[in-house]
Design a protein around this ligand. Structure first.
Ligand code: ZN
Length: 135
């Protein structure tokens, strides 16, 4: 029996969804939101792989697979002059504490870090639409 796909926790909703070379793009790659999140955590925020995988609620091997695919797509676009569309994927946005800016996945009435009830529940994400982005 196939294992149900686990949802990946993502800590942000992308504000930008299309990147293209100034010249006419030769093609397009679709970068899933969770793939962009793996790049953000590992390459931008420089989390170690254990922590990054935990933040997305996936195993380290899954995280590595997502990250490898994300890097391949971005490099493919840069080298071959393709556009990048950030779109789709299978993910849920993490909740955010408005006081201490902690992020976590599961529902909680209080921030697991500081105990605040000033929580922004971001819920399930559809890329770029229908999600409150007023942080
Ligand atoms: Zn907090």
């Amino acid at each position: 029996m196939p294992r149900p796909r686990r949802c990946r926790w993502v800590g942000f909703n992308p504000d930008f969804s299309y990147f293209a070379p100034r010249e006419w793009p030769t093609g397009e790659v679709i970068l899933k939101v969770e793939e962009l999140e793996s790049l953000r955590l590992k390459d931008l925020l420089q989390k170690d792989q254990t922590e990054a995988a935990k933040m997305m609620s996936v195993s380290q091997s899954t995280f590595h697979r997502i990250l490898t695919e994300a890097r391949r797509k971005v490099v493919d676009a840069l080298v071959n002059g393709k556009a990048i569309r950030v779109y789709g994927g299978d993910y849920t946005l993490r909740n955010l504490c408005r006081d201490c800016r902690s992020e976590w996945g599961d529902f909680a009435e209080r921030c697991p870090n500081c105990g605040s009830t000033n929580i922004f529940y971001r819920g399930r994400g559809r890329h770029g639409r229908g999600v409150d982005q007023n942080l």
